[in-house]
Ligand binder design. Structure first.
Ligand SMILES: Nc1ncnc2c1ncn2[C@@H]1O[C@H](COP(=O)(O)OP(=O)(O)OP(=O)(O)O)[C@@H](O)[C@H]1O
Ligand SMILES: Nc1ncnc2c1ncn2[C@@H]1O[C@H](COP(=O)(O)OP(=O)(O)OP(=O)(O)O)[C@@H](O)[C@H]1O
Ligand SMILES: [Mg+2]
Ligand SMILES: [Mg+2]
Lengths: 257, 257
């Protein structure tokens, strides 16, 4: 079972959109996938048409792990019709503070993933725009991190700082963590700025920038409003082509290891 | 002196871009403006060409306030060449946790604003994509909150939840806080989804949606790369027209009170 965190602290980088559509593409290619919404905004949960105020979510599971109780992971998994999901709820906003003073506070998600009821091939974790206790839990539990970002100046500054955080977490909490790659989102190759920032990223992080760029495509936002992944919404849309291509590239990188 | 927070938890909503360019437009219309970067990402600071690892930033000021020391606000203000700025630095990331157990922890920014060396007409505060101790400090200290957001499904879900947080903070911490408005960013009136979400917001929050929508304009991102506000970068760009229009609308709303 491989665990991939979709994480970067820069807001609006396409984390949630990538978590859902990469997971859907992997599932369509035959993988057994589980999604986890680790963001107090609960956007992934909302985009799958699931209530963001359920009584048993990732928050309740983390609290069980923190207090050493039996982990009821099966109870938390919702069969959404697209992909199984452990949802977030609004209470998760208080998790950052509540977890801070608990023993083994960075290992809670890792514990949960050790107690899943089924054999999943891939677990995909959607993270919040912050490097707090939730993202740290995700990276401590993950084999890989995939970082989406727009090819613009502020995201470019942000990824450089985030990379340092990732290296620190790898060193202190999870030596097996690898950067799967950086994927450019809302990419427009007609914009000179996007091409230039792409090149700068390729120079700065050789081999890490995915060949696949996710082009700007309103179908990706429209699909979320209808609680669909992009393939179900419009399999011929650019967004579908790009996320299919991303899934192939991710699979190739995973097999190359 | 009026204090306006640019805040919403949804990432990539255009907070930092709005903080800088609204402030620049207000200054050009004759107001004496101060900018405060309250985001550990320090994007506003970076977009003004200021070091994001200075030794005396908003973080050090907040710590002085928390420990009851003399507040050296003057020392923190940088004359950037565009607008005076109290910068953020990387340490601010630990502020969320450090401030949590301090007395009067939500009032720290308010204390600082009571100790500014000069008479500013407007203070504009850029907030992080989170409703944590930093955003709570901003809203406790502010007269107004302006919420930028994209006219898409996930931001639409996000603003509804954020509004509840704002009302709670108003009730418990700052009865004078008013919502100045919601401003649509990266708006494309050719996209039916954007028009539809705009209408839904106008129905849900009558009178709150600003008439001015900030159109999608790469010049806004390019200006940040050159450490310029949009007016200095390209005064004829759509981004300049839209932020000028936003500033006029904001000024009109402030005078109407
Ligand atoms: N390639 C794309 N083309 C067009 N719209 C996109 C694309 N990717 C994402 N979006 C839209 O941009 C908005 C932000 O994307 P998303 O929520 O996935 O980013 P995020 O990084 O998860 O944000 P946050 O930091 O708040 O968690 C959403 O409305 C989404 O539908
Ligand atoms: N109207 C616009 N047209 C084109 N690009 C824009 C526009 N507004 C913002 N951007 C760009 O979108 C990206 C995100 O904007 P910005 O950083 O201002 O959002 P934010 O809400 O402050 O993000 P965060 O949640 O990370 O603080 C930046 O690269 C910025 O230059
Ligand atoms: Mg998200
Ligand atoms: Mg910002």
């Amino acid at each position: 079972m491989l665990t991939i965190s979709i994480a970067i602290q820069k807001g609006g980088s396409g984390k949630t959109t990538t978590a859902l559509n990469l997971a859907a593409a992997l599932q369509r290619s035959g993988q057994k996938v589980l999604l986890i919404d680790l963001d107090p905004q609960a956007n992934l949960t909302q985009s799958m048409g699931i209530a963001d105020d359920s009584s048993f979510s990732i928050y309740e599971l983390l609290k069980q792990a923190a207090s050493g109780e039996t982990l009821e992971t099966e109870k938390a998994i919702i069969n959404t019709g697209i992909i199984p999901l452990i949802p977030a709820n609004l209470e998760l906003a208080s998790a950052e503070l509540e977890l801070v003073s608990m023993y083994g506070r960075e290992q809670l998600l890792k514990q949960l993933l050790g107690q899943l009821p089924e054999e999943y091939d891939v677990v995909v974790v959607d993270c919040p725009p912050a490097v707090g206790m939730l993202t740290v839990n995700a990276l401590t539990a993950s084999d890989y991190i995939l970082m989406p970002l727009q090819a613009e100046f502020l995201p470019f500054k942000g990824v450089q700082r985030f990379m340092k955080n990732v290296q620190l977490i790898k060193k202190q909490l999870n030596k097996k963590l690898e950067v799967l790659g950086l994927v450019l989102t809302k990419y427009d190759e007609h914009k000179s700025m996007h091409r230039q920032i792409r090149r700068q990223l390729e120079d700065l992080y050789p081999g890490l920038v995915m060949d696949t760029g996710i082009r700007s495509n309103i179908a990706l936002a429209k699909a979320q409003e209808q609680f669909k992944d992009i393939f179900t919404f419009d399999n011929s849309a650019n967004g579908a082509k790009d996320y299919r291509s991303l899934a192939e590239e991710v699979t190739a990188r995973l097999s190359a290891v």
